[in-house]
Design a protein around this ligand. Structure first.
Ligand code: PLZ
Length: 449
């Protein structure tokens, strides 16, 4: 990996207890101002961030292995992105693309049409959040097919709005007591190699889902099938090879819109521009957000021209969708990603980290599975000698890592997965230090058992 110059020192420096006094004071203040329903997994308040570090309000420099949930792949303050934002904000922050359009939106659409898998004619619409992109992909699929049923999968995460809550699999904390949910959503088994019966191939896992869809719904009633090519919040689940191509093929031959939700996996994160590419899958519609704009809120759907153009004028939009500042950030982010060859950096992260995680698994006996691709890697934490999820230990590992200055996120339907999502610009030494901290935390907590 070529070293990149950064504004902030790329090192872990702890000067107070974590959280420190200023973070603790802000946490107290927040209680009286911010609704309790909004959680923060890391109780440390950010003051500055760059490359692979977040500096908190107490002056601690933490290693960022979360990228704000897979967003800041180019870092949280890349100078090219910051300059593009400032320059656009100085000209105009908003006109509303539905009122007075501007070039940046068109340019982002052109770039996404060229970058996403498949060389068919494409169209793009821009939105503000991943959930909004997913909602709109479903709107388009229903309108274009004249059908209503939508198939989602076990362990899926697609958002927190009403329709996307219905698509999301996990109840607590996303859905509990927030119903009723949108109708016509059907959940099918996914491919989860670590937990599926041994030897189940991707094609067989796909057939298991397809047989159920055909029996319970009938293919002809299905508008869309939506899936994350690597499931994110559900546990960084990489399906068995052949699963996605078989589903996509079946969808194609039954007139069903195949939607790849690449909100978390997109934009170089998995070592390809999009995770679908690892298996040559070409989705009909792809949903994108997170990494697209270096931290500015922007989301998109890109899909077959005949699907997207089927919608009547005025049928898609929103006040802020494709905000000009966010578009400027996206254009700068995409050019930085190309210039630094972030897909290659993601693959280098995988090569550096996976052998260490495998060695750690041999050593500590509580890592049931090491998986992921590129800069989207995970370990599944289980009770020794079993596959029983251990969310308590998982949480303790993240807490110990934080105490030592590493921001580490968990995920998984059972809360027992530690996920690594470093900024893709992170330096090799800083990354290695972060993995050392994770390893130490696991060693210490398993020795204490
Ligand atoms: N689709 C695949 O990963 C967002 C959610 C964190 P928004 N994932 C992080 C949380 O607890 O809210 C996500 C995703 C996939 C859709 C979404 C939704 O994206 O930008 O959060 O709406």
């Amino acid at each position: 990996m070529i070293a990149i110059d950064h504004r902030l020192a790329q090192q872990r420096t702890i000067v107070t207890a974590l959280p420190g006094p200023r973070s603790t004071a802000l946490a107290d203040r927040r209680k009286g101002a911010v609704a309790a329903g909004v959680g923060s997994s890391v109780p440390v308040y950010a003051a500055d961030a760059d490359g692979g570090v977040i500096v908190d309000v107490d002056g601690n420099s933490l290693i960022d292995l979360g990228s704000g949930i897979a967003v800041t792949s180019v870092g949280a303050s890349h100078p090219a992105v910051a300059a593009a934002v400032a320059e656009q904000a100085a000209r105009f922050t908003h006109t509303c693309f539905m009122v007075t359009p501007y070039e940046g939106y068109v340019q982002v659409a052109e770039e996404l049409n060229a970058l996403t898998p498949g060389d068919h004619e494409k169209r793009t619409v821009l939105f503000n959040s991943g959930a909004e992109a997913v909602e709109n992909a479903i709107k388009v699929a229903r309108l274009a097919t004249g059908r209503t049923a939508v198939v989602a999968f076990d362990h899926a995460y697609h958002g927190r709005t009403n329709l996307t809550m219905a698509l999301t699999a996990k109840s607590m904390p996303y859905k509990t007591n927030f119903g009723p949910f949108a109708p016509e959503i059907y959940r099918m088994p996914t491919s989860y190699p670590y937990r599926d019966e041994a030897g189940l191939t991707g094609a067989q896992a796909a057939q298991r889902a397809i047989a159920r869809i055909e029996a319970q719904l009938g293919a002809a009633s299905v508008a869309a099938l939506i899936i994350e090519p690597i499931q994110g919040e559900g546990g960084f689940i990489v399906p068995a090879p052949g699963f996605l191509p078989a589903l996509a093929q079946w969808a194609r031959s039954n007139g069903i819109v195949f939607i790849a939700d690449e909100v978390q996996t997109g934009f170089a994160r998995t070592g390809a521009w999009f995770a679908c590419e690892h298996e040559g899958v070409v989705p009909d519609i792809i949903t994108m957000a997170k990494g697209i704009a270096g931290g500015m809120p922007l989301a998109a759907i890109t899909g077959r021209a005949e699907l997207l153009d089927a919608v009547h004028p005025g049928g898609l939009g929103g006040t802020y969708g494709g905000n000009p500042v966010a578009c400027a950030a996206a254009l700068a982010t995409l050019s930085v990603m190309r210039e630094l060859d972030l897909p290659a950096r993601a693959r280098a992260i995988e090569s550096a980290v996976v052998p260490r995680l495998r060695a750690l698994a041999d050593e500590v006996g509580v890592i049931g599975d090491v998986r992921g691709r590129g800069g989207m890697l995970a370990i599944e934490i289980v009770r020794p000698g079993s596959a029983e999820p251990d969310p308590v230990l998982t949480k303790a590992v993240a807490a110990q890592a934080l105490a030592a200055g590493v921001v580490l996120l968990t995920c998984g339907t059972n809360g027992n997965v530690i996920r690594l999502l470093p900024p893709l610009v992170i330096g090799a030494d800083l990354l290695a230090d972060g993995i050392d901290v994770l390893a130490d935390a696991l060693r210490r907590l398993t020795e204490a058992d």
